[in-house]
Design a protein around this ligand. Structure first.
Ligand code: K2U
Ligand code: ZN
Length: 172
């Protein structure tokens, strides 16, 4: 298992639409293991495969991370089957938008159908931070970042800060 580089905005890779997985095989399990290592190392509570450059519809999460016992969750080909009309607001961040945070409004609860680490069909009824996190991660599968929900002014200010902190490209 290894820690991968997390791709940061602006980068067109993050805007790709991720593709469904045909089956959960050895390759997908190694990928999920590496995603989890990478997420824990970055102190995140969620990670989508596209954030390490793999356009597959795979997400890992652990909202208990940092509170003692680890409780990893694996989502392959997740589909949101229901979203609550009631909204909630969380101050979101993103490992691909480092050190930037903003309030985002999302449905308070949602129901997600997915395949687990063994490829078994599961249904998750999510609320609170779990619901926010899974919706944040599923946006990644569509090439959407939380900054896309902000005003043009706020989004451009964040992108300007990210560009300032991004190492210069060296063209050889
Ligand atoms: O997608 C990611 O980069 C992972 C996010 C997931 C997340 C964003 C907003 C709200 C909930 C989850 C990172 O974990 S951002 C860091 C973080 C850590 C703990 C709580 C909130 C955000
Ligand atoms: Zn994110």
């Amino acid at each position: 298992m290894s820690i991968k580089t997390i791709i940061t905005e602006p980068n067109k890779i993050l805007r790709q639409i991720s593709q469904p997985v045909e089956k959960v095989g050895k390759e997908e399990k190694i990928l999920m293991d590496d995603m989890l290592d990478t997420m824990y190392a970055a102190n995140g509570i969620g990670l989508a495969a596209i954030q390490i450059g793999v356009p597959k519809r795979i997400i890992v999460m652990d909202i208990t991370w940092g509170k003692g016992e680890k409780s990893p969750m694996y989502f392959v080909n997740p589909v949101i089957k229901h979203k609550d009309k009631v909204k909630s607001v969380y101050e979101e961040g993103c490992l691909s938008v480092p050190n930037q945070f903003a309030e985002v409004e999302r449905p308070k609860n949602c129901r997600v159908e997915y395949l687990d680490y063994e490829g078994k069909k599961k249904i998750l009824e999510a609320e609170g931070l779990l619901a926010t996190c899974i919706q944040h991660e599923m946006d990644h599968l569509e090439g959407i970042l939380f900054i896309d929900y902000l005003s043009k002014l706020k989004k451009n200010m964040i992108i300007k800060k990210l560009l300032k902190n991004k190492p210069d490209r060296i063209v050889v």
